[in-house]
Design a protein around this ligand. Sequence first.
Ligand SMILES: Cc1cc2nc3c(=O)[nH]c(=O)nc-3n(C[C@H](O)[C@H](O)[C@H](O)COP(=O)(O)OP(=O)(O)OC[C@H]3O[C@@H](n4cnc5c(N)ncnc54)[C@H](O)[C@@H]3O)c2cc1C
Length: 507
Amino acid sequence: MESRGAPGGMARRTFLAASLSGIATVVLASCTWPEPSPSPVPSSAPATTAPPAPTNGVPAPTAMRRSRWGADPFSRGAFSFDAVGTTPELRRALGQPVGGRLVIAGEATDAENPGSLAGARASGTRAAADIARLGEAGERVAVIGAGVAGLTAARDLVDAGFEVVVIEARDRLGGRAHSVAATGFERPVELGAVFTGDDEAMIDALHEASVDTVPFAAEVAAATTAGLRVPIPPTGAEAIATAKHWASTQPRDVSLAAALADSGAAPLPAEPGADGVSPADWLAHTINSGVAPSTGAATAVISAIQYDPTRLEHLGELITGRLSDYIDELAEPLDIAVSSVVTSIAYNDRRVSLRLDSGESLNADRAIVTVPLGVLKTDTVRFSPALPLMHQRAISLLGMGVVDTVWLRFEEAFWRADAPDDADAPDDADAPGVAPGTEPAPAANVLTVVGELSPVAAWIDAGIDSGEPILVGIIAAAQAIRLEALDDQAFQAAVLDALVPFATTPG
Ligand SMILES: Cc1cc2nc3c(=O)[nH]c(=O)nc-3n(C[C@H](O)[C@H](O)[C@H](O)COP(=O)(O)OP(=O)(O)OC[C@H]3O[C@@H](n4cnc5c(N)ncnc54)[C@H](O)[C@@H]3O)c2cc1C
């Protein structure tokens, strides 16, 4: 059984091997944070002898780190979304105990805050309460998956007097909460969740674990491909609202794409206005920078009724500390077997038997399964007997979206150059990059492009408070799938190209 630290330079734990019921388990023993490396070499790009020259005015980054959640066999996507035909009841059904022995948890089973840290945490609490109701203290419970849901459930059950073992496929904890000490960054890089969400209990739990956060009120800027900052009209949001309203009058759920077309909300006129942007461009902007990053999916598969256009208004606070400190705190008293992939789960009215890819097996009185929806959709974890039809239906209908993050650090925050830094400056309205006759944009912390399909849905200025020149790119849906297939060099070229509008000052 594995007895090692997490990958990617995060040798922050020492695992002590122990043994329980035929499988080895590990116990967290220590926690250190490595010194940041001063190397300017991009952390996940191939080492180069000299940094590349600026491209189209975009300076070369001094460091880069990217995620690949779609290709990851232990997540198979970023988070669940409401595909056509889904309802909140379907998520609740997925979380219903099976045969009194098994409970499925994880963000996809939370109807209130799916696809979030808060949803994962709430699902863990709910699953532990179900097990505590069905069983009795002293029973052995296996928790599959050491993400927020699994660790929360395990902690609650240990507190309630159960004997708990957590079984985790990866050689690290946290799942889609993944902080790395990436070369060239002086702060933790969050490859998964970046925002707290606005659930107070979740924010409190993070603060109790000393995870620093800063308030984040999104100020979204849009730039044309020519580098002109243009105010964002309500055109796209209104079209989506029209489509949703139309969909709510239909006998059955339809996709957002179908609702846009059949309600008459789209297509919108393609003739550009004075700023070079057409109404059709603005709808495409809303879809690319709003719908895609909040679902990880295309409008052709998203439920028109369930799609929540306000989701990005509930980002909560920006995580500036290390999210994995919260994970470490949850994990501290737990027995956790890492690098242990569960391949089958057999259950009857007396017990649950797990088989691992190593050939080892483990018996428990009950089990909580927190593997992501994307994993449940595959046959890599087999259930015997098969899950009830309602659970199978939920797994099949709910969607798993793909969203990736790319962290870039630069010598300077060149994208802030156009933002007015002196509100009293008399000529701000005439500043370069501001459309004639419009008010200057407020200091933006979210950058988007209008007028072309940018591969990066939005750039978050993660250093706007600290002054650090760091951008976090959010790459979503088809663009995420396309970019995940690129090697680091081609990937970096593609995302830097998406920054050209913010490096260009029109003459
Ligand atoms: C790019 C990205 C950005 C995000 N941004 C935000 C955000 O800003 N705010 C927010 O609140 N949420 C965000 N989320 C969502 C949030 O991270 C997740 O909802 C949450 O972390 C899910 O926790 P979980 O415990 O349900 O699943 P996971 O964290 O995925 O845990 C499941 C665990 O199961 C393990 N596992 C899988 N298969 C097996 C197996 N066969 N055997 C054993 N173990 C297995 C996995 O390795 C994993 O550790 C984001 C997610 C991503 C990917």
